[in-house]
Design a protein around this ligand. Sequence first.
Ligand SMILES: Cc1cc2nc3c(=O)[nH]c(=O)nc-3n(C[C@H](O)[C@H](O)[C@H](O)COP(=O)(O)O)c2cc1C
Length: 386
Amino acid sequence: MDKTLGAYDIADLRELARRRLPRGVFEFFDRGNGDEVAVVENRVAFERIKLAPHALVDTSRRSQEITLFGERHRIPVAIAPTGSAGLAWHEGEVALAKAAREAGIPFTLATGSMTSLERVAAEAGGTLWFQVYMWPDRSLSHQLVERAKAAGYKALVITVDTPVPPGREYNMRNGMTVPFSFTRRNVTDVLMHPRWLAGVLMRYLLTTGMPRYENYPAGMQSRITALPMGRSMAVTDSLTWDDLRALRKLWPHALLVKGILRTQDAVMAAECGADGVIVSNHGGRAVDSTRAPIEVLPEVVEAAGKRLEVLVDSGFRRGADVAKALALGARAVLIGRATLYGVAVAGQAGAARAIEIYRDELDRLLALIGCPGVASLNRDYLALSE
Ligand SMILES: Cc1cc2nc3c(=O)[nH]c(=O)nc-3n(C[C@H](O)[C@H](O)[C@H](O)COP(=O)(O)O)c2cc1C
């Protein structure tokens, strides 16, 4: 198979992933929450933003390099945390992290990963960020954060938009659970996808056992019974700004708050000592009726951009989407589903292909709009109505 994997854009990778994965796993990766209004809006919002190309600019030495929290990255993209990525590929988190390292971008490991944070660090290296979902027992979460620190993670991302597991009814209908278990509802689905059964599930069964949340301490691990995907993750609905302040005391490196959709919250995050925020609606997987993060972004940049690095995610599928976010003041963009589709198709090579698609598209776009490099992107490249 050639390096393109037969995928020329992210939509192609999505289609290849759809064929390869059991329907229950694909829908868990691909879908949103509720009526999926936010998933659609996240995309439509990009269509409303128009570019205004500059003519006759020398772009022959265009660059996509950025510096973020003191480190240089080759393109202005980072891999977002996606729990259960290990169901896309055997030890999918390691494959994703290796692809990120090779591409010179950060990889964010989710609390709900199926490979332990220590193994990902030992096997992949590169710039690793760790995403934390605070558990009801804060002392256990703090121990987890200490583990991430000891393993060399460079940034901590605390996700604040999921105080309870969102509904996502399709996970119930599909009968997919974590830890993985065979159910009446999923057995036919799994058997109809032999490549996944042999290449992913069987490899776990022959080594570490049914895929589960490997970062959970043993005590928590044994209490988890198989529940529909997303429902077995431990989260807490009592999180407050005090929790952020406590993390600030604990964590010496970059601290980011993920899931910000209001300017006041970005300002509060800065007050509590955060270094960055990620404007995000969780890819439309949490509240099903919010403004698209790309639309909220300029307000957050305006309110807190001098005090914080403002990052953004949700719905980025094209290099042009990344350019629009940077032009509106984002420092970098996170991608969630795109690299998951890639890793489901071909492991590390598939994730690498997803990253390459963004890089190539952004490279072409910079030339097409007469922009010598991402550092020069600003509102002057957008046709804004105000
Ligand atoms: C399958 C899946 C699992 C996710 N798990 C997490 C998670 O554990 N923690 C988190 O902060 N965000 C999680 N997210 C949200 C992503 O970090 C990110 O915000 C979102 O995917 C961005 O939108 P995009 O998929 O359109 O790029 C998940 C997203 C997906 C698709």
